[in-house]
Design a protein around this ligand. Structure first.
Ligand code: F6P
Length: 552
């Protein structure tokens, strides 16, 4: 499967035909499959690093699995994976290597890419980030008035925000007391205003995080924050204040300097790190400040452990490959359109949002990496909320609605904050819900079972649960930095596997460009430029007109 030859069309493979045939009269019956096959759970449960993954409640039997693995062989998922790890330019439309896996290689590894040992580069920057974070954590780094830094505000959007904020929330138990991180992402001025409202400029440090350092939202927010800082400090020399209160993370260090941030206070990364794959680069600087270099090292080791599993495990035992293939089965053969991610861990409340960028910006594509149209549906709409909140909101549809919604359930044996209600361990009650939901979804409740409870016949149908609703259960001992790294890498590689099957470039994001361009073009019209307004379509003109009549 060479890039020159273009991707293999998955629908042209023998395995795809086999899957089509299987799907045509597929009648999943998890009750029977479990009853008839005592080995099912053992065969479909896997350990990858610290993650324990049970796929037995998925809609998959041995035939389906064999055909999916054959599909992976026939489109050469392993070859594409190896090309990624090697540093080949598999991001074809941007002619770039895709090497987020190099960000978590240990310092004694080597990886030559385009004539350069990238591991040296990675660790040189990591050491600088760690030294900076230690200074902030210890109080050695002070603001321009000599005050200790109490709040670090990360300014970034997309991958320069979602990863750090998700991990900051997830690892709340590992944060240093007395040092808070906040995050500004939206260009809605309300975001900056509410985030800064109760902060003291003298003890606030900003990290401007932007791969390109050209993103409108981030640069606008950075300017707002600079103004807020200078106004609040009153009379301090601007250059001195910026030097003590602003650092930057970017691949474009020249633009950082243009913004007025000293390159000595900037941490670089490389074009081979995609934004949505960058939380483990210097983009994670706010997180390093929060959890410390030791915590961040553990996070990186977790990523690396999952990378090694993905790189070396047989496809038949390879958890990201299996989960990616199952998603292809659900999407392309069983007509699933969305995928729920349901963490039974309050601290993972931003994980679904993080996965939305990872999966949907990666695989929401209509052309393959050679420019030809895709030959089948791609992408899945990822969404979710932490359990048990979701149970009291949208689980109704997952249990009894007409759509098939594969769902990943995530839980941890040990809670971050153990609490007891009287004699009852609340975490166990929480976990009982986690176990109950996947069981209910898999095995349902028949009409006879409903009747046996004495239910009136007219409402029996409403109380039946069909079952056979697929879930994957992911468990780990605890939500540590290492386990979080494994979890993120798991989903990165699931996303990779799906993209490889579909033959798409999962590492570009041209779909976000048109809206950005138009926003620049429409901006003068919003500000009252009649000529610019006249160039807009009738609907847009009318909406802008409404805004201009109603603004205060
Ligand atoms: O880090 P930057 O360059 O500011 O980009 C932010 C985000 O914008 C995008 O390029 C497009 O939304 C994302 O891929 C990226 O994470």
């Amino acid at each position: 499967m060479s890039d020159a030859a273009g991707p293999v069309d998955p629908t042209s493979t023998e395995a795809w035909s086999r899957l089509t045939t299987i799907a045509s009269d597929f009648a999943p019956d998890l009750r029977r499959w479990f009853a008839d096959d005592p080995g099912r759970v053992g065969r479909l449960t896997f350990d990858a690093a610290d993650l324990h993954v049970d796929l037995s409640k998925g809609l998959v039997d041995d035939d389906v699995l064999a055909a999916l693995l054959a599909l992976a062989e026939q489109v050469d998922v392993a070859g594409r994976r190896d090309a990624m790890f090697r540093g080949d330019h598999i991001n074809v439309t941007e002619d770039r290597a895709v090497l987020h896996t190099a960000l978590r290689l240990p310092a004694d590894a080597t990886l030559q890419v385009d004539g350069q040992d990238v591991v040296d580069d990675v660790h040189e920057v990591l050491d600088r980030v760690y030294a900076f974070a230690e200074q902030v954590r210890s109080g050695a780094w002070t603001g321009v008035t000599g005050e200790r830094i109490r709040t670090v505000v990360n300014i970034g959007i997309g991958g320069s925000d979602l990863g750090p904020v998700m991990a900051y929330e997830a690892l709340a138990a590992y944060r240093q007391d007395g040092l808070e991180c906040r995050f500004i992402s939206n260009i809605d001025p309300t975001d900056a205003a509410t985030t800064l409202a109760d902060l003291d400029p003298a003890s606030t440090l900003f990290i401007v995080s932007s791969k390109t350092f050209g993103t409108l939202e981030t640069l606008t927010n950075a300017r707002l924050c600079k103004q807020w800082l200078l106004d609040g400090l009153g009379g301090q020399d601007a250059a001195d204040a910026v030097a003590k209160h602003f650092v930057a993370v970017s691949t474009a260090l020249d633009k950082v300097a243009d913004f007025g941030i000293d390159p000595a206070n900037a941490f670089g990364f490389w074009d081979w790190v995609g934004g949505r794959y960058s939380v483990d680069s210097a983009i994670g600087t706010s997180l390093v400040v929060a959890i410390g270099p030791e915590g961040f090292r553990d996070l990186l080791s977790g990523f690396h452990a999952m990378d090694e599993h993905f790189r070396t495990a047989d496809l038949a035992e390879n958890v990201p490959v299996l989960m990616g293939l199952l998603n292809v089965w659900y999407t392309n053969f069983l007509d699933a359109q969305t995928h729920a991610v349901l963490p039974y861990a309050q601290l993972l409340h931003r994980f679904p949002a993080y996965l939305q960028q990872l999966t949907m910006e990666s695989n929401g594509k209509g052309v393959r990496w050679d420019g030809s149209p895709v030959t089948t549906d791609t992408g899945e709409v990822f969404w979710g909320e932490p359990g048990t909140n979701g149970q009291h909101a949208f689980y109704q549809l997952i249990h009894q609605g007409t759509r098939l919604i594969p769902a990943d359930f995530i839980a941890f044996a040990t809670p971050a904050y153990p609490l007891v209600d009287g004699a009852q361990d609340v975490h166990e009650l929480f976990l009982a819900n986690f176990f109950a939901q996947t069981r209910a979804l898999a095995f349902g409740k028949t009409a006879d079972e409903v009747r046996a409870e004495g239910t009136r016949e007219e409402i029996v149908p409403a109380r039946v649960f069909s079952g056979n609703r697929p879930t994957a259960s992911i468990m780990a001992p605890a939500l540590t930095p290492g386990v979080l790294g494994q979890l993120i890498a798991l989903y990165e590689h699931i996303t990779f596997t799906q993209g490889a099957v579909w033959g798409i470039d999962s590492f570009d994001q041209w779909g976000v460009e048109l809206g950005k361009q138009l926003a620049q073009q429409i901006s003068p019209a919003v500000g009252g430029d009649a000529e610019a307004a006249a160039q807009q379509d009738a609907s847009t003109q009318a909406l802008i007109d409404y805004y201009r009549r109603h603004r205060s």
